[in-house]
Every structure is written in structure tokens, then in C-alpha cells.
Design a protein around this ligand. Sequence first.
Ligand code: ZN
Length: 408
Amino acid sequence: MTDKSKEYQLKRELEKLENMEGEGTELITIYIPPDKNLNDVMDQLRDEYGQAENIKSKSTRKNVQSALDVLMGKLKHFDKPPTKGMVMMAGKISTKGDKSEMKSIILEPPEKINSFRYHCDSNFLTEPLRNLIGTSKKIGLIVLDKREATIGLLKGNNIQSFKHLTSGVPGKTKAGGQSQARFERLRKIAAHEFFKRIASSANSIFKREEDLVGVIIGGPSPTKDKFIKKDLLHHEIEIIDKYDVSYTDEYGLRELVNSASETLEKIESMEQRDAAKNFLKKLVENEGLVTYGEEEVRRALKIGAVDKLLLSSDLRRSRLKIECCNCDFYKEESVDDLEKEKLKNEFSKCPKCSGSVNITEEDVIIELSDKAESMGGDTIVIDSDFEEGEQLKNAFGGIAAILRFKVR
Ligand code: ZN
């Protein structure tokens, strides 16, 4: 499965988890970073188990303790956390008709978990995990003034500092014996040299990073503007935006990211908008380089014609694969939730030999994006909270594609 479809699947999983509720404060979530000693986690869970004795409500006490039992049982199977850490959840969920069931799940985060968390509430704690989604995109960060510069990288909410440079550019007051003009000239040369050093470090750091969207530059005015004007960064590195920040060390990187939060939010939606607009433009051009509708897009995917697959994030369809265990009967169909149950009932046994059948189901977004990826195509999941996105959902069935070549 590709990173993108894994990410999408995790999103859907979180959606489901967010709708779950416990009767009381009894749903437990644990965030475990990769370097955490699991014996310590086990000790803490035992400790929580003991403390749960003090819970007044008998049912809450019982439910918290059984959730902890489930978690400890699962934890036993691990020697150490996976490379990015893990999130464990367990608790009694209220379901329809006053019933409840024990739900437990282990999730692998798309990015590294940084700190340990134990959380017990009437809901599962999904927010920190949500913040790690969609973080495959990287943005370069440079903060600089005349004396100091720091180069870093933003990946999701993680800021990584790569290099710290100092200039040795002399301060504004000149040393005794020098002429003012000579002093100013030396200062200028030193400043230019420093800019060149910053750019050369930045170029070599950012060139290593795949999927770098661009860089954001921070610093006091006019220093950062001068740096940008000198155009020293590699031409493939796009400057997305610039901001005034007052620090130029590691803290400055953080300050820069905070100032740029709006820009950063826009980047994702920009990609969606561009893709949807591009599709509509090509549709009007009528050169046969777009297609839409599930069947048509499937046909284009099959022959590797899809360059960009556009899927509405509101698409709620599953691909059911029905396979007979005895004969050669096989059927595939895309269905919504209502049709799904109907189809499952209809094919409770093989229509050909009455033998038992095996039914598997997969989310259509995941299934199609995997297909696209395996043929070298890109998938963009598009929200419908803007005009073109809504159009994609309503007028084109939520499934469209920009093609590499004409398909008949
Ligand atoms: Zn059969």
C-alpha cells in the first residue's frame, strides 16, 4: 500500500474512532514514542489499574480496568515499539440499543511520535495522531540576519534544525585606525560572503530532500529581503514566502513556522484547487485528455493512462470482491454502504454452485489510488469545501482523471 493510501486509511479510521464514545471516562489512549521502554509503560498501566480502584462508579471502574487489561495483554507481544512508535486504544464503546462492546486498536503513526501520553476520557484521543497526517510534504526553513543563520526543515509539525552558521561580520562600530569607507566596504563583502555560505548550505541540504515544496525565509527586514534579492538559492528551490522574525537560531525556526501557519495551511488546498481547476480546463479544451466516472476511470487506469487521479474526499464507496471457494465464479462491484449489505446478503452463497463464497471489501479511494500509483500515476484527494471540489463531487461522481494520452 502506498503512503498516500495508508494515510487516507488512517484518516478514515480516526473518523470512526472519533465517533465512538464511552459511557463514562473510560476510553484509554496511549501514545508511545519509539524510544520508550515498554517495561515502564507496563508499570504505569499496572499503576493506573491500581488507582482505578478509587473510581466511584462501579461500571466505570470495571470498564477502565478491563481496558487496561486489554492494553497490557497487547503490550506483552512487543519487545519494543515500532520505528515510529505506536498508538494504542482500548475501551468499552456504547453502541446502538444500550449495548456496549470492547474496542481495541493499535495504530502506527505516519510520522514519529515525540512524547509519551496516557489519556483516559469518554473519547479516544486522536488529535495528536491527526496532526501527524499529511506530513509527507517538506518545507525548507531559513532564518537569518547579518550575524547568524539557521537552516531547518518542517515536516508536518516537526521542525528539524540542520545547520547553524555565524558570520563574523563586524558590528556597526569600526575598530580604531580604519577609515569609515574601508570599514563599510569590508562589512559589505563579509555580509555577501555570509549570504553565499548560507545559500550553499541550504542548497546542499534541500537538494537531498525529496518532495520539498519550497522554502520559507525569515529574518529582520531588510536583511532577509536582500538575501532573497541576491537570488543565491538553487533555481529549483522555490521561495514560498518570507516573514519578519526576531530570532535567527533554532527558536527562530519555530517563530518562522508560527508566523507562516496560514501559508502552510494554504499549500495543501492549493494543490487540490490546482488539480481540480486543471481538470475542468482540460475538460473544456475537449482534447480527450480527461475522463470521469468510476467505470471510465477504471478503464483508463487499467491501461496506465492516468496521470493524475482526482478523488472526492466525500466518496464513500467500497469495492466488493466476491469469489467462490469451489468454482470459478468471481464478481467485483462498487457499492455504497446500503448496497453493500444487500449485495452481501445476495451473495451469501455462490449463485453458480451454491458453494461458500469469500467476500473482501476495500475502500474505493484506497483501491483506486493504489492502482494509479502502481502505474506511475498520482492521486489527489479533493475536499468539497470549495467550488471546483464540490463540482468534482456532484457533477463527476467524485472520480475523475487527467490522462497522459487519449483513451478510446
Ligand atoms: Zn461456485
